[in-house]
Design a protein around this ligand. Sequence first.
Ligand code: MN
Ligand code: MN
Ligand code: MN
Length: 284
Amino acid sequence: MRIDLHAHTTASDGAFTPTGLVDHAAEQGVDVVAVTDHDTVAGCAEAAIAAAGTGVRVVAGIEVSAWQDGMGVHVVGLFVDTADPAFLERLDAFRRERAERARLMVERLNALGLTLSFEDVLAQAGDAVLARPHVARALVASGLVPDIRAAFSDDLLGDGGPAHVPRDGTSPSQAVDLIRSAGGVGVLAHPGCGRSRDGRAGIPDDVVEALAAGGLAGIEVDHPQHPPPVRERLRAMADRLGLVPVGSSDCHGPRDDRGARLGTCTTDPEAFAMLRSLRPARRG
Ligand code: MN
Ligand code: MN
Ligand code: MN
């Protein structure tokens, strides 16, 4: 039983359509795949339909972008109700904030002498949720920078760069609450990645401890970007805090610089069952 609880589709920044992701799961021998697009559940329904009769089981999910002390913290939500009206309304508000943020980044790039329009960015995003990578791709497509790496430099769109507009809207604990309000469970995504303000790698322990006390269900231990010593440390931390250890590929496509292939990291069936059992009871 191969269970991969973190994957993206064209509903956000993934290369696979939701149907394509399910087909890929079948090809790769992945039995359970969670569709976890950035701040949207728009790909879940198509994936569920595509999975019918294939033997692949789709978990409806999301990856919520949150911020804590200027550091991006991602929380994966699993088993969310993709038809919950209050949940969808909150996600819509996120989308409006993201569009506003992209617009501001374009303004700042213009002020730096780079002539890019908001429409250029929209063209890159298509139907997907607007995000900084789309601004970066628009810069490349317009020939204003040589590659994505240059767009994400400290001189432009990198964290703290002059054209970067950080999103400070949602805290990780609010993300966990939002996921729980939609009937799901929260899993802290790739806590070994990123850098906090004091320059230390990964999400600080006290942040994880507070989330664990506040209803977080699981934590990604096995992730393609976690080196073995980080996994060891996170496994011990999961054990200490009573968090379910999760393994996920964070797949963004068939072969992707930023990600890994589906099923590269997987979650134990017992851990998966434990996550399911932690779904909050819902009224009505
Ligand atoms: Mn992504
Ligand atoms: Mn992430
Ligand atoms: Mn992800």
